[in-house]
Design a protein around this ligand. Structure first.
Ligand code: ATP
Length: 513
């Protein structure tokens, strides 16, 4: 636990110190749960977005993109259920005056039971070695059985009370489990209340004529209301998908954990329209595809897990989260939902317009079913950033801070470094930049000893450092240094482009999918 907290603190300070993320409006003491992406952060974020976009849109003939507006007609949110049901159950601790999401308090309690069970399993696996049968142990060891069944019972009861809107029982559960406020340690709770997460605003000049609007809480609805337009103008045949990335806004009650839970954030969503009855097949398909996308980045298979929902949202008939092992434990990174025909039907009813598809193969019109994949770009940023930040002890005992960012996502692909600031070396460095800048984002650094410059590039995750020295003038070769292995090689300037491209180019990485 302590280690996790330390790692998280390192992530926060590194993100600021090296120009990845700043608190919004910092000179005015900041705005809670709102962040700005700085010079390196904006590049990493853009590269993640591009990697997602290319994997989804460019790599699939039957998926097209969209960029719908943040403002939408207010009836959209009535139809989607957000006006009536986009609520979080909140509870206050009377002593610390801190506000919590009641469901998160209970989920954290359940996760503690899970951690206890996992500890027992790990201990036994060490003790029994090769002979260990994990499946049998989980079902027969009394302590593990107890922890896991308690966890199940707690989560099932919460799911049921939330589904029935029985907020009294949610509070009763918190009291029965003796959950204490993490700040005050007290169990003195208020009742549980529902709180709508949408931000309201007004469109129009005068108070009387202004129209009440919401800032969109998800990008998905922009896709649904454009379904018929895109299908017709793009002559799309089912199954097909529409993808979009963009800002979403939620007035989160408890905005903590840095960019994990923000009030303004960016989503990358894809809605895949399928024939009714085929949705669960496509749900499985997209579960696997999306996990593979994550695994292609090499952040470690052990850092991902699926978490199937017990409590289904009002629109879903199957749902899972891809959870990632963040510095504060496994938490949702992406949601994959089988949304049925709920949204299109609701928009049909509220708009009076037909949102159907004529399927020539079955000679019939129907409202398509939808599989959604929805990932938070900022959460993905945090996953990449926290996983990449590493402290290494080198052979000579010194420490190196290095960001082992997957090279396709690295903000800067190569740094060009003249060994000294004279003798024509900066000019050669500049000519290399002028040649490579058409293909890669580069940086130039001529200050300090070369070792310190290497470390500065390591700290922002630059995969290659290219050093121009006096021999370069004779042999037209440079030293290329690899970030992860720190290996150095002498190569011809004319080979630089292909060496870098092989490692960082989007197509190399997309081939892994
Ligand atoms: P959570 O349970 O963590 O609040 P959610 O289930 O409400 O998330 P969805 O509505 O499924 O989230 O949104 C899809 C994705 O958008 C999430 O998987 C997450 O990556 C991202 N996301 C949602 N809310 C936020 C937020 N406040 N800040 C950053 N990213 C978010």
């Amino acid at each position: 636990m302590k280690n996790q907290e330390d790692q998280f603190k390192k992530v926060l300070s590194h993100a600021k110190e090296y120009g990845f993320i700043f608190q919004s409006s910092e000179i005015y003491d900041g705005l809670s749960a709102v962040y700005d992406y700085a010079q390196n952060g904006v590049e990493l974020k853009k590269n993640i977005r591009d990697y997602w976009w290319n994997a989804m849109v460019q790599m699939h003939e039957n998926i097209v993109g969209l960029d719908s507006a943040i403002f939408m007609h207010p009836t959209t949110w009535k139809a989607s259920g957000h006006v009536d049901a986009f609520n979080d159950p909140l509870i206050d601790n009377k002593d610390s005056k801190k506000r919590y999401r009641a469901d998160v308090l209970i989920e954290d309690y359940a996760e503690k039971l899970n951690i206890k069970a996992q500890k027992e399993i790990k201990k036994a696996s060490k003790r029994f070695g090769e002979a260990f049968n994990e499946e049998e142990f989980i079902t027969t060891n009394p302590r593990v059985v107890k922890y896991l069944s308690q966890k199940e019972t707690v989560l099932k009861r919460m799911a049921k009370s939330l589904e029935n809107e029985d907020l009294k029982d949610v509070k009763a559960l918190i009291e029965e489990l003796e959950i204490a406020c993490p700040v005050s340690g007290s169990k003195n709770w208020t009742d549980v209340k529902q709180f709508n997460l949408m931000f309201g605003t007004k469109l129009g000049a005068t108070a009387e004529s202004a129209m009440d609007l919401y800032l969109r809480p998800e990008t998905a609805q922009g896709i649904f209301v454009n379904f018929a337009n895109v299908q017709k103008t793009g002559r799309m045949k089912i199954p097909f998908g529409i993808a979009q990335t963009g800002k979403a806004f939620r007035n989160e009650i408890v905005a903590r954990q840095f960019i994990f839970r923000m009030r303004e954030f960016e989503q990358m969503e894809m809605q895949f329209f399928v024939r009714p009855g085929e949705e669960l097949k496509w749900y499985e398909h997209w579960k696997e595809k999306r996990l593979n996308w994550h695994l292609s980045l090499g952040l470690g298979k052990e850092n991902y897990r699926f978490h199937d929902h017990d409590k289904l949202a009002h629109y879903a008939n199957a749902a899972t989260d891809i959870e990632f092992n963040f510095p504060f434990g496994f938490k949702e990174l992406e949601g994959i939902h089988s949304r049925t025909d709920f949204d299109l039907k609701a928009h049909e009813e509220h708009s009076g317009k037909k949102l159907q598809y004529f399927d020539h193969e079955v000679n019939n019109s129907y409202v398509p079913y939808v599989i959604e994949t929805s990932i938070g770009l900022d959460r993905m940023f945090l996953a990449v950033f926290s996983n990449s930040l590493q402290n290494e002890i080198l052979e000579d005992g010194s420490e190196r801070v290095v960001m082992k960012i997957p090279s396709v996502l690295a903000p800067t692909k190569a740094a060009i470094l003249p060994l000294v600031k004279k003798d024509g070396l900066p000019e050669i460095a500049q000519s290399i930049i002028d040649d490579l800048k058409f293909d890669f984002n580069l940086s130039y650094d001529e200050k300090d000893a070369i070792g310190r410059r290497y470390r500065r590039q390591d700290a922002v995750g630059t995969p290659f450092c290219i050093t121009v020295d006096h021999d370069t003038k004779e042999d037209n070769c440079v030293t290329i240094r690899f970030r992860d292995s720190m290996e150095q090689k002498r190569v011809a300037i004319t080979d630089l482009k292909s060496i870098i491209a092989k490692e960082v180019s989007m197509s190399t990485w997309l081939h892994k999918l």
